[in-house]
Design a binder for this molecule. Structure first.
Ligand SMILES: [Zn+2]
Length: 213
């Protein structure tokens, strides 16, 4: 078969590895889903939530986009993909947790920090620029105070996670459920080099590595 970038070999392994138990699991999943968390992750091929959380099908409801951004609640008639996914997961599936997961060496964050696609037309970086303009304020502030090197990149990756968490809380169905203790909003950052997950402790506003014991 042509195309698929040799992915069909992986599909054949996936089929070959299916046990009777797995087949039964698929049968059950066909009836419905009850994921334990929503993960907002980057589209980056190195930061795959299912791999990082060792999650099986049905376990996590994943929304991926450039730089794992959540735009604020806007009922303006736009085609809001992230909002639609959130609305479905939270109000229809009653998922009890939302996790915003950023990652090291994020290309979207780098574009925002350096302004690389500033003034680029759509199709030549313009879409990326427009999408990343959501974090213009922290991008400019961090570029001004820390430049555009590795430390600044990490700071902006973390700032974007905080902003997405704040934006999540502008959705009434998120804020209300969180207030009632029915929903938890979390932020974390995946370090690709170390394969480590760092979680934001909001009370102290610090990211700390998750213990692996
Ligand atoms: Zn990324």
């Amino acid at each position: 078969m042509r195309g698929f970038g040799n992915l069909i070999d992986g599909y054949r392994r996936f089929r070959a590895n299916q046990s009777t138990a797995t087949r039964e699991q698929w049968q059950q999943l066909a009836e419905g889903q009850s994921p334990r968390a929503v993960i907002i992750a980057c589209s980056d091929s190195r930061a795959d939530p299912a791999t990082i959380f060792d999650a099986d099908p049905g376990e996590i409801f994943v929304v991926r986009n450039v730089a794992n951004l959540v735009p604020p609640f806007e009922a303006n008639g736009g085609r809001h993909g992230v909002s639609a996914a959130l609305e479905f997961a939270v109000t229809q599936l009653n998922v009890p947790e939302i996790v915003v997961m950023g990652h090291e060496s994020c290309g979207g964050i780098s574009a925002a920090l350096t302004g690389r696609f500033h003034d680029a037309p759509a199709g030549e970086g313009g879409f990326i620029h427009r999408w990343m303009s959501q974090i213009d304020a922290p991008s400019k502030e961090i570029a001004r105070s820390h430049g555009t090197g590795k430390d600044a990149q990490q700071l902006l990756e973390e700032a974007a996670i905080r902003q997405s968490m704040a934006n999540l809380r502008t959705f009434p169905f998120v804020a209300d459920r969180e207030k009632r203790g029915e929903l938890v909003v979390l932020g974390c950052h995946f370090s690709i080099r170390g394969g480590e997950l760092w979680v934001l402790h909001e009370a102290e506003d610090t990211f700390r590595p998750v213990s692996i014991d």
